[in-house]
Ligand binder design. Structure first.
Ligand SMILES: Cc1ncc(COP(=O)(O)O)c(C=O)c1O
Length: 303
């Protein structure tokens, strides 16, 4: 965090490891919410990663989904957060599924709103190291107060199978997690910590991975351009988010199924919740050769 964002952290008080960010996202609300609390709402954007909603429900919180819109660049609209109900807000930039990236000024505005209304700010930053060109910011550059950043090795280092991540930020929140998490049993084995230490200590493999992701991103955006598809501009995340062609009348499932017949796998936007309908998501995860072949088949379909 110091190398990448200039954010110094005390490893004893401001950081807690996790067995991947999914379990961290799912379990974190248990440390801060209770069904008996009057203000127990958790706001999160939709379309989005489904675990913000599930973690809230299992902790007895109230789900407060906020629809993200293309006109706002898929940034969670701060005006839609109800301070009377909201105990915590989730953001996730670079964003799954749209690839949206938040500016530092947006993060500043959101952090100021959360400070004013005593709202916890949870920032899922698992895609923060997957980018080309300008590096996406971290919420911890703005504040640690009432705030936690969730970071993972899964995307940065392609180490999904190791299940290794961390939460970092406000020391009181970290202390609460340290009291709660031993009840779950989420500690990683020593060899995973050893691998994680090596991976966090090395940026060369991250740069090499980013060169490949950039090539894939350029392949698909070049194709979208040639094909007249409309997509969301992005330089980060593993995803491209595009509009379903007009002739499908916004039916993203029908389009995804048609592509599947050609052996091309995209995710229909509606599978990410309200606001996702009419879009599809391309994940830049298969090897370059497979991406090239998908594009060739897709071009054949268009012809
Ligand atoms: C937005 C988001 N958060 C968290 C995760 C979980 O990643 P992991 O548990 O592998 O760290 C994912 C995985 O796809 C994701 O897309």
């Amino acid at each position: 965090m110091e190398r990448r964002f200039g954010v110094g952290l005390d490893p004893d008080r401001e950081v807690i490891p996790a067995s991947g960010s999914k379990e961290a996202v799912f379990h974190a609300p248990l440390a801060f919410l209770h069904p008996s609390h009057e203000r127990r709402g958790v706001a999160y954007g939709t379309p989005g990663y489904p675990v913000y909603e599930r973690g809230t429900l299992f902790a007895g919180g109230e789900t407060l989904p906020v629809e993200l819109e293309e006109k706002d660049g898929f940034l969670l609209p701060i005006r839609e957060i109800d301070p009377g109900k909201t105990r915590a807000v989730w953001i996730n930039y670079p964003h799954n599924p749209t690839g949206a990236v938040a500016s530092l000024s947006y993060l500043e505005e959101l952090a100021a709103f959360c400070r004013e209304h005593d709202i916890l700010l949870f920032s899922d930053e698992c895609y923060n190291d997957v980018y080309s060109g300008e590096a996406p910011p971290s919420i911890l550059e703005v504040t640690k107060e009432r705030t936690l950043a969730f970071v993972s090795l899964s995307k940065r280092s392609g180490m999904t199978g190791y299940r290794s991540a961390m939460m970092a930020g406000d020391e009181e929140l970290v202390a609460a997690l340290k009291r709660m998490r031993p009840s779950i049993g989420t500690a990683s084995p020593g060899f995973v910590y050893a691998a994680a230490t090596a991976a966090w200590g090395d940026d060369a493999h991250v740069e090499a991975r980013n060169r490949v992701f950039t090539e894939k991103r350029n392949l698909f955006t070049g194709f979208f351009e040639r094909a007249g598809l409309r997509w969301m501009q992005t330089n980060a995340s593993l995803y491209l988010w595009a509009r379903v062609p007009d002739e499908y009348g916004g039916d993203d499932e029908a389009y995804a199924l048609r592509l599947l017949e050609e052996g091309i796998l995209v995710a229909p936007g509606s599978s990410f919740g309200p606001g996702g309908g009419g879009y599809f998501r391309v994940a830049l995860v298969p090897r370059l050769e497979a991406c090239r072949e998908a594009i060739e088949r897709w071009e054949g379909l268009l012809r």
